[in-house]
Design a protein around this ligand. Structure first.
Ligand code: ADP
Ligand code: MG
Length: 719
């Protein structure tokens, strides 16, 4: 991209110091190039094109009046202030200034005609304006609305405005796509970039302000289309660059493809995935079969797979991962599986060992707190290739870990990992120009619009079906003062032989407080459930699990609960992801109002995994106030109304915006400034098609477009 020449200062004769202060402020706003200035759009507008009459004004109106100064005096009661009485011919208004310069006092001298703009307050003493903006009433009224720009301290609106307009005049605004291309979306979208920008920087006075404010105006449509297009081109480009990389071809050997018919009594040699399938205690759901085939197809190609497997909690992602691993191992390569927490990684490890070791697969376990000797042994197994499957936490991507031939990397709960960690895992295949296949899994379904925008460089497979036999979890939202009833219910479940989770509240930014709280709750529940016996006639055990516990202790608590020796598990949110105990039928979440929506959904997914009817109790507290806050109430309502992960995710997107979904992935990547994924779906779909057209047929324009919008931030320019 040709860098624009250094921007000449618009204030030619201003002292050097002043110039650099403005430059600094502009840089802070990210306004370095002319085009950056041109794309710095107003937050809102003020209407100085009209003069209102006091007679017609209403309380609370923001209005501009033109009036004659009748009186101007400094008053000291109740505090020092400048009190100016003006008359616009229809009524009187008092302007008050608590801080003022002598120059202002002079401009407001008796007999001057001024225009003042501010909010009108009506008291029984008549109209007043507090600290109105004013100027002397000379010259014509402006023809355009006055734009108000996002700014930083030390950069006044009028200075910024001048810079923006200068940038707008200098910038290259030639279209990268023609306005007609947008007409598929809206017949009113026939605006060029230049027209749209000039308009938005100074819209005519008669424009419908609402259309500007809610970004539905055609000029905004053009800008949003531009922005989305840049994002789509950049992602499509990244994807195409990846298509030039190579990966090991992992072809599933299917006995019925081309093999001659076998004699009826010849022993059939099953491939590893096939053996695994016959060993499973259940049949795959249709969704699992479909997704498994999509993954197998990707891995059989020469190009690295880059696939996201999304499926609601409990949809059975683990077995899909195991099947992919089996294909990889069968082809003679290594597979790694990485999970964000030790508990989750260990659970995967056990499950996968249980499935694969009887079939002759050698597995290895890698975590941060292994003893040195044990670790050395594991590292040697991984390096020699003896370990065919390596499961672990972040420890898997450490530099010391050298694989012999890693061909498939699986990341569970991918949103908990950052770009750097994904890259580290991908770099573990040490062959020039090659990368392992990458399978990412998430239980936080990504709404379609997000998948199409931020995740457009991924292929997505979706498990949209739960295994049969699940009973939906009944969710109850219950006020904290009914805690005793809830405990009664726990007792009942335990006596029926069921197991229960009690999730302790999240205390923001204080792990220590989390801990005290969990410990106290644990003690209280132990006391309350004293003397309760389980269906097996044993004394009910109440266990505690929190993140500060030593790994060994965590392990033994989890084991006791998993094996059914523990009736109630009190826990901080460490159980959030992936824990699988089908006998658990009740979950109580204390201070549910403090949790995010997808977090609540994840937690709730820990119950309802077996055949028993399950319930989730969302205990809430309103603290000192009588009602819950608006968003908390909406979250709890959503939880009670639906258990569909996609619906939850959609509502979460509405309540919180996209930031939370993107998690670590987001860092350093350009967020959308103008487009709103909740409402701009049609534009997004258009941008997706157009990106392809531009990259295929007008690569120079495509590059220009991305450079204009994303500057140095784009993958496009790095690649
Ligand atoms: P998640 O997608 O949340 O990771 P899991 O892989 O932990 O879900 O699966 C949840 C539970 O469902 C596990 O106990 C698993 O063994 C079981 N499961 C998976 N697939 C099936 C199936 N097709 N039929 C019955 N149960 C299944
Ligand atoms: Mg899982």
């Amino acid at each position: 991209m040709p860098r624009s020449a250094p921007r000449p200062s618009s204030a030619k004769n201003a002292p050097l110091v002043f110039k650099s202060a403005v430059e600094t402020a502009l840089t802070k706003l990210g306004l370095v190039r002319d085009i950056d200035l041109a794309l710095h759009l107003p937050l809102r507008y003020e209407d100085e094109t009209r003069i209102a009459k006091l007679r017609d004004a209403r309380e609370g109106d923001t209005a501009q009046i033109e009036a004659l100064v009748m009186r101007c005096e400094v008053s000291y009661r109740p505090r020092r202030q400048l009190v100016v009485t003006v008359d616009d011919g229809t009524d009187i208004c008092i302007l008050r200034f608590f801080s003022f310069y002598p120059s202002q006092q002079k401009a407001l001298a008796v007999g001057n005609r001024i225009r003042a703009r501010g909010e009108l307050k009506g008291g029984f003493l008549g109209w007043t304006m507090l600290h109105p903006a004013f100027r002397s009433a000379v010259g014509d009224l402006p023809k355009a609305l006055t734009p108000i720009y996002p700014t930083v301290a030390g950069l006044a609106q009028h200075v910024l405005r001048k810079e923006v307009l200068a940038g707008l005049a200098r910038a290259d605004l030639s279209d990268t796509f023609s306005p007609g291309d947008l007409s598929q979306i809206s017949p009113h979208s026939l605006w060029t970039l230049r027209d749209a920008l000039s308009f938005l920087h100074h819209p005519k006075a008669d424009v419908a302000l609402a259309a500007l404010q809610d970004h539905s105006h055609p000029a905004w449509q053009r800008l949003k289309a531009e922005e989305l297009l840049a994002q789509q081109i950049s992602q499509l480009h990244t994807r195409r660059v990846r298509a030039h990389l190579r990966a090991p071809v992992l072809r599933q050997i299917s006995p019925d493809s081309g093999t001659p018919a076998l004699e009826p009594d010849t022993p059939v040699l099953l491939s590893l995935p096939e053996s695994l399938l016959t060993k499973l205690p259940f049949a795959l759901t249709a969704a699992q079969q479909r997704v498994q085939a999509e993954i197998a197809q990707d891995m059989a190609r020469l190009v690295p797979m880059h696939r996201l497997l999304q499926g609601d909690v409990g949809s059975g992602k683990t077995v899909v991962a195991a099947l992919a691993a089996a294909v990889c191992i069968d082809a003679g390569w290594q597979c790694a599986l990485m999970a964000p927490t030790e508990i989750l990684a260990e659970q995967h490890f056990r499950k996968l060992i249980g499935w694969l070791e009887p079939l002759g697969v050698t597995t290895a376990w890698l975590t941060g707190n292994q003893k040195a000797t044990e670790r050395r042994a594991v590292l040697a197994m991984v390096e020699s290739g003896e370990a065919q499957l390596v499961v672990g936490t972040h420890a898997v991507i450490q530099e010391k870990v050298q694989f012999k031939n890693l061909a498939l990397a699986i990341i569970d709960e991918q949103h908990r990992f950052g770009v750097a960690q994904r890259l580290a895992l991908r770099s573990k295949l040490r062959h020039e120009g090659m990368e392992p296949h990458l399978l990412m899994m998430t239980a936080t379904p990504i709404p379609r619009t997000l998948a199409m925008s931020y995740y457009a460089d991924l292929d997505v497979s979706t498990l949209d079906e739960l295994p049969p036999g699940r009973t939906p979890v009944v969710t109850k939202v219950v006020h904290e003062d009914r805690r005793a009833e809830v405990i009664e219910r726990i007792r009942h479940q335990i006596e029926l032989g069921r197991q229960v989770y009690w999730v302790c509240p999240l205390i923001e930014e204080s792990e220590a407080l989390d801990l005290t709280n969990a410990t106290e709750t644990h003690a209280g529940l132990q006391l309350a459930l004293q003397g309760v016996t389980t269906a097996a006639g044993e004394k009910a055990q109440v266990g505690l699990l929190h993140s500060r516990m030593p790994a060994d202790e965590k392990k033994s608590v989890m084991a006791a609960f998993t094996q059914g020796h523990m009736a109630l598990l009190v826990s901080t949110t460490v159980i959030e992801v992936g824990v699988d105990v089908p006998n658990a039928s009740l979950m109580v979440i204390e201070h549910a109002e403090r949790f995010g929506l997808s977090q609540l959904h994840q937690l709730r997914g820990r119950v309802g995994r077996g055949a028993a009817a399950s319930a989730c109790v969302l205990l809430y507290s309103t603290g000192d106030s009588t009602r819950l806050g608006e968003t908390a109430r909406e979250r709890l309502k959503a939880m009670a109304q639906t258990s569909d992960g996609f619906e939850i995710a959609r509502r979460d997107l509405e309540i919180r915006g996209p930031g939370e979904f993107l998690g670590a992935r987001q860092s350093g990547e350009a967020m959308l400034r103008f487009a709103d994924l909740a409402t701009d779906t049609a534009l997004l779909e258009w941008a997706r098609r157009e990106a392809r057209v531009l990259l295929d047929h007008h690569p120079v324009l495509a590059e220009k477009h991305v450079a204009r919008w994303l500057g140095g931030k784009s993958e496009f320019l790095k690649a």
